[in-house]
Design a protein around this ligand. Structure first.
Ligand code: HEM
Length: 125
């Protein structure tokens, strides 16, 4: 890992984000807590997350350019996000990072960056 570079660049840019997304959503769609929330067609979900994570990790602002301010907590309000679902989401991400071969310390840095938002989106006891 090069600490002088963004997470995006440490992941190898768009290709690296793409690889994580491709490993992440099949896990989400297999997870019994998460899968009922997601639409049948995984492709648009992947594309939005690709755009969001690109900008979140310091790459081009693809998501905001297309959809405006992310306001992600608000965008998740129509789904019952419980503490258990936040943990399940993070554990799918942890698995995806392992699948793709992301090593420490980058792996923990990424999971820590996502952990705040994931718990912030909890809206259901
Ligand atoms: C805490 C657990 C989470 C759950 C259960 C969850 C669930 C969902 C669901 C069901 C959708 C809608 C999919 C669709 O119908 O298109 C969605 C959209 C999205 N999620 Fe999550 N999510 C979680 C955490 C996160 C986190 C931590 C991030 C990023 C930091 C994130 C980023 C997004 C983005 C960018 C979208 C697309 C928003 C849009 O519709 O424009 N989610 N999420």
């Amino acid at each position: 890992m090069n600490p002088g570079l963004s997470i995006y660049d440490n992941l190898g840019g768009a290709e690296g984000i793409r690889a994580i997304i491709e490993a992440f959503y099949p896990r989400v769609y297999k997870d019994p807590l998460l899968s009922p929330l997601f639409p049948e067609d995984m492709e648009p979900v992947k594309e939005k997350q690709f755009m969001f994570l690109s900008q979140f990790f310091g790459g081009p602002s693809l998501f905001s350019d297309a959809y405006g301010h992310p306001m992600l907590r608000a965008r998740h309000m129509k789904f019952p996000v419980t503490e258990e679902r936040a943990e399940a989401w993070l554990s799918c991400m942890a698995g995806a990072l392992t699948d793709v071969g992301i090593e420490e310390p980058l792996r923990s840095i990424i999971l820590n960056r996502l952990s705040g938002p994931a718990h912030h989106f909890v809206n259901t006891p």
